[in-house]
Ligand binder design. Structure first.
Ligand code: NAD
Ligand code: MG
Length: 398
């Protein structure tokens, strides 16, 4: 029987890769709902091709979308708006699978709604889990949602873990013979830049990732290594381990997507060409496998794999994230919110590249952290952090 899919953030990089896989397996999947924050014409093109029942956009875009849909003879597609619309499609009874591919904190409530509705949730939106780790994992457990990692590293780790790992009890220690995780990082476009050079890099340079083609925000996060910091927190929650069990390894070729180490001395790695279609297809079909267009790895061509330790002096974001995870409570939500503000300020050329970790550090030092067992406490910390970070942008701005 065909599975009904909701794609949150369909116009983004992950959204597009998801559509590619769904198109290739159209006999098994139907697109029930799609959402987008901007680029209405692209959304209409997607609607034309995939004929969803519902499209969700910001209220301010509803009229524009309606006109475009009418012009394309697609007036039967229902339009919903804002966060309420996102939540409605994420928890819709007709939906089996939710691809959570909105970028940033905006994805938290719809992703959580999908988890609480017990869906198969394909998690790309790492910021949602970073903010609400304990609540999201507990909700997945309570509502028997299948929360499957799409982030390439976490998907790799999931593939290298024992099959029953996610069902085992959660208590912060690795289980079933696992001793630790090696989280790989490409190192981003500035791996070899000196600290002096880093002060002067531009948004265009930061968005040009050597191995992956991605949205702007995650591209900047990859350049600061904050992406690896967010992924460290993501791994701790997904796999129920304390942060000291996760070692970050810089591996510039992005062929190994992460590794799991076992008590008997084994290290298992998942390898492949860097293309998000592989982890998306894996999460979509798990425990089965489905075909993608991604070519098999040619080890005679990719014959050199290098590894090095990350330099947290030039890339302090990684240490800030590790410390936030160690601190726990609302600290990761504060880190994430400050980073979102800092990245936007860097992209708008209001602050320099090294302003990003400076803003995050200032915000973490300014706002007291609290326990994060209530969603409203997390949302309040997020708002406070945005406010403090924005003020600091004004103070240190260029
Ligand atoms: P993107 O910027 O290309 O796309 C983001 C999508 O979210 C778009 O559809 C956009 O319209 C929508 N969106 C943006 N702001 C929104 C808002 N306020 N409310 C509702 N919708 C909004 O981003 P992406 O690269 O596809 O990344 C999406 C998520 O997946 C991020 O959390 C990212 O960290 C994660 N991820 C991406 C990759 C990748 O290769 N691109 C890899 C791993 C994880
Ligand atoms: Mg990743």
């Amino acid at each position: 029987m065909s599975q009904s899919v909701c794609i949150l953030g369909v116009t983004g990089s992950i959204g597009q890769s998801t559509l590619k896989i769904l198109q290739q397996h159209a006999e098994h999947y139907t697109v029930f709902a799609v959402t987008a924050h901007s680029r209405m014409q692209e959304l209409v093109d997607i609607c034309q091709q995939f004929q969803p029942e519902i499209a969700v956009v910001p209220q301010a875009k509803v009229d524009e979308l309606r006109q475009l849909l009418v012009a394309a003879n697609l007036q039967n597609i229902e339009i919903l708006a804002d966060e309420a619309g996102l939540i409605a499609v994420a928890e819709h009874p007709e939906v089996d699978v939710v691809m959570a591919a909105i970028v940033g904190a905006a994805g938290l409530m719809p992703t959580l709604a999908a988890v609480k509705a017990g869906k198969r949730v394909l998690l790309a939106n790492k910021e949602a889990l970073v903010m609400s780790g304990e609540i999201m994992m507990q909700a997945a457990h309570d509502h028997q949602a299948l929360l499957l990692p799409v982030d390439s590293e976490h998907n790799a780790i999931f593939q290298c873990l024992p099959q029953t790992y996610l069902q085992a009890e959660r208590h912060g220690q690795p289980k079933l013979g696992v001793s630790g995780i090696l989280l790989t990082a490409s190192g981003g476009p500035f791996l070899k830049h000196s600290l002096d050079e880093l002060h002067n890099v531009t948004p265009a340079q930061a968005c040009k990732h050597p191995n992956w083609s991605m949205g702007q925000k995650i591209s900047v996060d990859s350049a600061t290594l904050m992406n690896k910091g967010l992924e460290l927190i993501e791994a701790c929650h997904l796999f129920s381990i304390e942060e000291h069990f996760v070692t970050v390894v810089v591996h510039p070729q992005s062929i190994i997507h992460s590794m799991v180490q076992y008590v008997d001395g084994s290290t298992l790695a998942q390898m492949g060409n860097p293309d998000m279609c592989t982890p998306i297809a894996h999460a979509l079909a798990w425990p089965e496998r489905i075909q993608t267009h991604v070519p098999a790895l040619d080890l005679f061509k990719n014959h050199q794999l290098d590894f090095q330790a990350p330099d947290t002096h030039r890339f302090p974001a990684l240490s800030l994230a590790r410390q936030a995870m160690k601190t726990g409570g609302t600290a990761p939500a504060i880190l994430n919110a400050a980073n979102e503000i800092a990245v936007a300020a860097f992209l708008n050329q209001q602050v320099g590249f090294m302003g990003i970790p400076a803003i995050v550090e200032h915000t973490l030092n300014t706002i007291p952290h609290q326990a994060a067992t209530q969603l409203d406490v997390i949302l309040e910390a997020d708002q406070n952090a945005r406010h403090v970070a924005q003020q600091y942008v004004v103070n240190i701005g260029i």
